[in-house]
Design a protein. Structure first.
Lengths: 110, 117
């Protein structure tokens, strides 16, 4: 059974204080690791997909990396508008569905 | 381009009532999904439809039925609502014909907030 564990559950940062969110996974044959952002009262919004260990992707202040056991979402010099819940999900080789973690709630204070 | 549209946005039901949640996508996607999201539980898959004409159970299918009406529309029905079905429901879609490797990226609607009293 695929498992996705995200840590920490919640993270409070000051504006400009860089940090990382963790997504640990166990899956039989990874066929993609996905990061989503979810704002309160809205649906998840796609950020990145990573497919193989060593792969990195960047978008503005966000950078996602992937190893064989975990993924990190690095946030550099965050701003208050980066406050959201960040979700991680994996797809295995046998199914067309995603298994989601419970998310990390990020709050960036001015 | 509206993406994934869910109706209604909010609904309050009494225990035992039935209702259908509607979902439509305009991205020509083959696959559609229904999730529920509860505090502390994350997103859990209820049912999905890999292609028009097929449906399969997800992690938490009990108490729900689905219909893939056509390629655009995928509905979720609660036949006899229970308080345990109070949740936020999200519909998603993925897999356009020419999407290549990005075919597994799921795009979500804004959600339906359901309370069962």
């Amino acid at each position: 059974e695929d498992q996705v564990t995200q840590s920490p559950e919640a993270l409070r940062l000051q504006e400009g204080e860089s940090s990382s969110l963790n997504c640990s996974y166990t899956v039989s044959g990874l066929r993609g690791l996905f990061w989503y952002r979810q704002d309160p009262g809205k649906g998840p919004e796609f950020l990145f997909t990573l497919y193989s260990a060593g792969e990195e992707k960047e978008k503005e202040r966000l950078k996602a990396t992937l190893t064989k056991k975990e993924s990190f979402l690095h946030i550099t010099a965050p701003k208050p508008e980066d406050s959201a819940t960040y979700l991680c999900a994996v797809r295995n080789s046998g199914y067309s569905t995603l298994t989601f973690g419970k998310g990390t709630m990020l709050l960036v204070s001015p | 381009n509206a993406g994934v549209t869910q109706t209604p946005k909010f609904q309050v039901l009494k225990t035992g009532q039935s209702m259908t949640l509607q979902c439509a996508q305009d991205m020509n996607h083959n696959s559609m999904y229904w999730y529920r999201q509860d505090p502390g539980m994350g997103l859990r898959l209820i049912y999905y439809s890999a292609s028009e004409g097929t449906t399969d159970k997800g992690e938490v299918p009990n108490g729900y039925n689905v219909s893939r009406l056509n390629k655009r529309e995928f509905s979720l029905r609660l036949e006899s609502a229970a308080p345990s079905q109070t949740s936020v429901y999200f519909c998603a879609s993925s897999g356009g014909v020419f999407s290549g490797r990005s075919k597994n990226i799921q795009y979500f609607g804004a959600g339906t907030r359901l309370s069962v009293l």
